[in-house]
Design a protein around this ligand. Sequence first.
Ligand SMILES: [Zn+2]
Length: 244
Amino acid sequence: MLLLTTQALVGGSFSNALECEGALPANAHRLHRSESNSQPVSLVRVVDGDTILLNIDGVEERVRLIGIDTPESVHPDKSLNSSFGHEATDYVKNLLAQTESTLYLELDVQERDRYGRLLGYLWLDDQMLNETLLIDGYAQILTYPPNTRYVDAFIESSHLAREAGKGFWAADTSAFTGEESSNNDVTASNFSSERTYIANARTGVFHESSCKSVKQIAEHNKVSISSREEAERLGYRGCKNCNP
Ligand SMILES: [Zn+2]
């Protein structure tokens, strides 16, 4: 279904769809690949929902998808792995196994993370995998400045997926954070065994997701962080009110 939709869009009906925005399907892909920013790559194998092994000019590279986070499935600490993680991995495997699209990799400002992995956006022709995972609710947003090229579109896609209860956002699984249930502070998140914190990229302060200050952070400055260690590594300091 997803692939058919995408092909229809690639087939040229996208501009028509845009003209009558009300008719735009909920899973329409908004982003488009820029020829100059991306290079063709080939798939070696899917590691997990957000990490793919690619062949780039004959070199095998582990690529972490920018801007998103899927539940763990191959973490060395097995207690962090979940059925959601496996589901996300299978989703990506199926998508890449079925596609006849050419794969392209696009990088952002920072090329590699501290593990030496390339950081990128993976395109299936004109459809970005990072965005697709958010649209279908198999990933949540995880932003590390300076790699923020598509953060606005990602936030919107994730928001729509959440409103529609797609994928892991479905009410009966609530695989992600428990932000909706504000009185349920320590949420058993199916997404990972860790809590999610929200940082303000402008002030350098991070908060519990339930902290009042989070509501005052402009969307484009919000950074979702999965652990306190991550926050410290990125140089964020804890809010004095919510004591994250
Ligand atoms: Zn706070």
